[in-house]
Design a binder for this molecule. Sequence first.
Ligand SMILES: Cc1ncc(COP(=O)(O)O)c(C=O)c1O
Length: 397
Amino acid sequence: MTDEQIYEKDARDYLPVFARYRIVLDHGDGVYVYDTHGKKYIDFLGGIAVNVLGHNHPALVKAVSEQAGKMIHCSNLYYTQVQADAAEKLIKISGLGKVFFGNSGAEANEGAIKLARKYAHGISPDKSQIITAVHSFHGRTIATLTATGQPKYQEGFGPLPAGFDYVPYNDIEALEKMMSSNTAAVMLEPIQGEGGVHVPDAAYLERVRELCDKFDAVLIFDEIQTGVGRSGSFFTFEKFGVKPDIVTLAKGLAGGVPIGAFIASDKVAAAFHAGDHGSTFGGNPLACAAANVVLDLISDSDFLANVEDMGAYMKSRLEIIKTEYPQLVKEVRGMGLILGMELTKPGRDIVNACLEKGAIINCTAGNVLRFVPPLIVTRQHIDEVCDILEKVMKDFA
Ligand SMILES: Cc1ncc(COP(=O)(O)O)c(C=O)c1O
């Protein structure tokens, strides 16, 4: 089948919700993917922060193949060792109390919101307010798009669930004004990803923690984009020294096999009883076999130290590009291997030009180039992408 035939089929059959780039990908290898013509692309998007071990990592392929040969799925009415192992690892790494597995980020956040509401309801039926941040992104189910502090994701989907309020990110006074004993939860990304790679002040997150303690509100960190080693520690909350009551994960947790998880402190988790939540596929053996590989490799301190080093190196190269093209680049920001380059104009043409030259990068929030590559990137990979970006910037300057 030709690419044109695939585009035609897609236009005819698939809901037109994605603004896709016109390439058909065929396979991947490490940090590279190949299209149907054999053209090679260096992949610094990694399936949007998903392919943390790159493409076709041998340990991941082995674990998934072996598990597929044994049992792909069984219901949560029974136990499996792979699920028990994955849960144990997450509890150990997070220092929290109980985990629940779902299938996606939105579903993880949906579960976290449910648990927070249930916990708060146990204190008072009026304690239901969920506070999130402007420019946040928490998913596309009805509750999570309501939690998402961006009207463009909400328009046309009303009536939205009640009880959600929004405050500017990194603005502690706004949060102080908004909170009360009726606040059930504050839900934040420790670095806003989709909203444009915004890193908050550590003092802000510390104060958020204090306010949640004061009002007995559940602090939920959405680490769907920032978790699983992305910032150079397994959870980004470790970088800030602020521990949430619930943390949510998805994306990279099983290296590309669909999975989501929320992990809660024992105190909050105690609000859920049999029948309060569930999932047919959540935590199935295939996803958990993959997650076990990811958890073993990425919780390693040398692995994480390398993410930090590579992130610092890439940031320094992006800073150089900023000084070379100040008319195009406003700011470089981020932590570890979640990096953003804010442009003075929309980024889509630059992304397209990079793609043309064999580099997959992404633009979010209209004008922020976002780099969330596989966590196995080397200096050579970073140089390859930055060299392409530099050439493209020259053409646009
Ligand atoms: C911070 C954050 N939360 C939630 C989600 C939603 O995850 P999913 O697309 O797996 O539902 C995303 C996806 O980009 C995200 O970045």
